[in-house]
Design a binder for this molecule. Structure first.
Ligand SMILES: Nc1ncnc2c1ncn2[C@@H]1O[C@H](COP(=O)(O)OP(=O)(O)OP(=O)(O)O)[C@@H](O)[C@H]1O
Length: 736
């Protein structure tokens, strides 16, 4: 018997007393919202039994229907009184059909990662070769290294494309170190930067810095340094003053120093390396790059320039035009395609072949198995949880990254999964903590975290053999996290290129790996889109993933009699999924704060106070302006125009989506855009229509999403008090 609006009352064992109180409050309209629609009113201050376990059966067996309350014995009544009921919804009703995936299998672009050639074949300093073999423990070159290193050693500019995890960092790092260690007169620390390496994220900056440190071991007079935001500006200035010869930075942070740090200069900068070049151009970095190029050009005429990425897209042509001088194009996949072509075609191809000819078909690591799962919105959360349970509890030895489309979703799911799957809920602790918590190590990484914590998390996940990292695209590019076995894309990426980078966090340098893309039925066409870029995905059925719940008795429904579970009985799988969903909902509805956190932006001034205490303590102001659901909707509106037919906000059922955030109802009056900032800020915007315009709609969204990659300092609205350093006009002025 379903209550109004498809809501059921389900009796599950021992919910925490706090939760039942919260439920009562909810029913009494704690936020001033209208009370939830129910057919069954609570009697005598406690919840009346409306539905039992049998009621969640879609095709209910009449013999299993509950006895009416009046027919229950006194002892049964007593036991029911002591077992409060938990509201949940029907997960398996009114879902859209899951479409069949029709697409032809495509021949994926593949690259040979390794060559049999050793580094000793190159004209490198013997100490550099011994560092490569003893410190980095690398013997033979990868294909991209074999092709790139000689070109860069000749002093040429290059545009380098090779698949994720194929060794591009060393492809530029080795020739850079070879060139700088041999300079006469010997490089002095106080000379300042000879090389500038730009990367899109702080973690990648840190990683590249560590690689350079290793390569420079025998050449201690060449000093690498990193500027990445989040650190005190003062200490970075001090390091710049002392001298950094190989400067690794995120664009935003570097621009900040260009504008505010007197001692920064590029008089001797003869290398510019832009890693993840296509990403650096996205989301507004272009402006920063223009400032940087102007600063470089103003101080030195010639420079060797290198652009690298696994996905050099059209945007890079523009960057290549303004930053490269007669570059050599290196594309490993193209080389292989050429080899596979009949001899008669080769000449023709060579003439028309350009770096960007095949740019929309990206190479995928050979040992990477890609899967897709089609999940109706309501079932997303339980399916994700079941998948995590299967891979990280029952299979073990898995290390997983789960990508979300916003910082708020990462925080929210981190808390939710930690509490519910790791047995962090009070009620669970007694029964299950010892069993389950040992299997899960949840970590999270996103652009709204304090830098110190970001670095800690990154290092911890780097070193651990297992664990689940929930993150935004801040971890999608360049990060080399060993032994990652699964990549989950819980929200689809905005482009096939981003898909390639996300999945590229596994199956690196010839290793095995797996990826899973979660799509709603309305998003099924994304599979064809991937196929059009020569990306093949195989389907995993949602039912199969949910059946993992049969292995976890925490989600077993207390059944009438002693009926045994029968393997993967689909009905019991559904029951267990419902129990799990109920646990999520109980947690979310356990306080007003969590409900609001899941649902919508806090009111002005009460932002932090209403979040769970643990969150406030842990993350301080890091929980942003958005709630999780709102931020999801917001991100959904930012899919590019050419994907709107697949990801359109109108195709989402808000009530169903709310379920996947552990909410029992669709929020009322939810606008896709949040109430941004404080009353003061809003007032200021009213006075400044230009600002309002600037921060409105998509621009605002782009800014928010871009914050993932920002320097961590307010570079947009200039707070720089120091007088801007006057620079000589450059010979190649780039408009900003
Ligand atoms: N010649 C080599 N032999 C074995 N391992 C190597 C070799 N060169 C690099 N590696 C290792 O391969 C891993 C991936 O390298 P790297 O991070 O440079 O890849 P990438 O091509 O830049 O990937 P992405 O496109 O994701 O940024 C690193 O752990 C690196 O140490």
């Amino acid at each position: 018997m379903a209550a109004a609006g498809g809501v059921l009352l389900l009796n599950v064992r021992s919910p925490p007393s706090g939760q039942s109180k919260a439920l009562k409050r909810k029913l009494q309209s704690p936020h001033g919202n209208p009370p939830l629609k129910r057919k069954c009113k609570p009697s005598g201050g406690s919840f009346k039994k409306c539905t039992t376990e049998a009621d969640i059966r879609e095709k209910g067996n009449s013999s299993k229907k509950p006895l009416p309350k009046k027919q229950l014995s006194d002892s049964q009544n007593e036991s029911l009184k002591s077992r409060p009921f938990v509201k949940t919804s029907s997960l398996f009703r009114n879902n859209p059909d899951i479409p069949e995936i029709h697409r032809k299998a495509v021949q994926q672009v593949q690259e040979d990662v390794f060559t049999s050639d050793s580094f000793s074949q190159l004209d490198l300093h013997p100490h550099l070769i011994s560092t490569i073999t003893t410190v980095l423990k690398i013997c033979s070159m990868t294909s991209v290294q074999k092709q790139t290193i000689p070109v860069l050693l000749q002093g040429k500019d290059a545009l380098v494309r090779s698949q994720t995890g194929s060794g591009k960092t060393l492809a530029y790092g080795i020739p850079l170190v070879q060139s700088l260690q041999g300079m006469k007169p010997k490089i002095q620390r106080s000379d300042g930067p000879y090389a500038l390496i730009l990367v899109p994220t702080r973690e990648l900056a840190l990683q590249s810095f560590e690689t350079m440190q290793k390569l420079l071991k025998p050449f201690a007079w060449v000093v690498p340094g990193v500027l990445m935001g989040g650190e005190k500006r003062k200490s970075e200035k001090a390091r710049l003053r002392k001298g950094i010869n190989i400067l690794i930075s995120t664009p935003g942070r570097l621009v900040d120093h260009i504008k505010s740090t007197e001692c920064i200069h590029f008089r001797r900068t003869r290398w510019l390396i832009i890693d993840e070049a296509d990403r650096i151009l996205d989301l507004g970095f272009e402006k920063d790059i223009a400032v940087i190029l102007n600063a470089l050009n103003a101080e030195r005429e010639t420079r060797q320039n290198v652009l690298l990425s696994a996905t050099l897209t059209e945007g890079v042509t523009r960057l290549a035009d303004i930053s490269l001088n007669d570059p050599i194009s290196i594309s490993i996949a193209d080389k292989i395609q050429d080899r596979l072509k009949p001899a008669s075609q080769e000449g023709k191809e060579a003439i028309s072949s350009s770096m960007f000819m095949d740019q929309e078909n990206f190479a995928v690591p050979e040992k990477l198995k890609q899967y897709v799962i089609m999940v109706p919105s309501k079932l997303r959360l339980v399916t994700l949880a079941a998948f995590i349970l299967e891979k990280c509890k029952f299979e073990k030895r898995n290390k997983m990254i789960v990508f979300f489309s916003s910082c708020e979703q990462v925080e929210f799911h981190y808390e939710l999964l930690l509490k519910v799957l790791s047995g962090g809920l009070e009620s669970e602790q007694r029964e299950c903590l010892s069993v389950s918590s040992a299997h899960f190590q949840f970590l999270r990484l996103h652009g709204n975290m304090e830098q110190e914590e970001r670095t800690e998390v990154f290092q911890e996940f780097l070193k651990s053999k297992t664990g689940i990292l929930l993150c935004t695209d801040v971890a999608a590019r360049g990060l080399d996290l060993p032994q990652v076995t699964w990549i989950i894309q819980y929200n689809a990426p905005a482009s096939p290129a981003e898909y390639i980078h996300r999945i590229g966090r596994t199956a690196r340098i010839g290793c095995h790996g797996n990826s899973l893309l979660v799509l709603a039925p309305s998003e099924a066409e994304y599979v064809s889109l991937l196929a059009s870029h020569k990306i093949n995905v195989s389907e995993i059925k949602m039912e199969k993933v949910l059946s993992s719940l049969m292995k976890d008795n925490r989600f077993k429904l207390p059944r009438s009699g002693n009926k045994k579970s029968c393997g993967t009985d689909p009905q019991e799988v559904r029951e267990r999924a419902t129990v799990l969903q109920t646990k999520f909902e109980n947690y979310v509805h356990s306080s007003e704060g969590t409900v609001r956190w899941a649902k919508k932006a806090p009111l002005c001034g009460e932002r932090q106070q209403s979040y769970p205490r643990s969150l406030r303590l842990q993350h301080g102001a890091s929980v942003g302006d958005f709630s999780a659901l709102q931020s999801f909707l917001c991100a959904y509106t930012t899919y590019p125009r050419n994907l709107k037919h697949i990801f359109h906000i109108k195709s989402l059922h808000l009530g169903h989506v709310a379920k996947s955030f552990g909410l029992r109802d669709a929020p009322q009056n939810l606008s896709a855009l949040p109430a941004v900032g404080s009353k003061k800020k809003i007032k200021a915007r009213q006075k400044r229509p230009d600002l309002l315009k600037k921060t409105h709609g998509k621009h605002r969204l782009a800014e928010i999403l871009r914050s993932e990659y920002s320097s961590g300092m307010d570079t947009g609205v200039s707070k720089v008090k120091k007088k801007k350093k006057q620079r000589k006009p450059g010979n190649q002025k780039i408009p900003t």
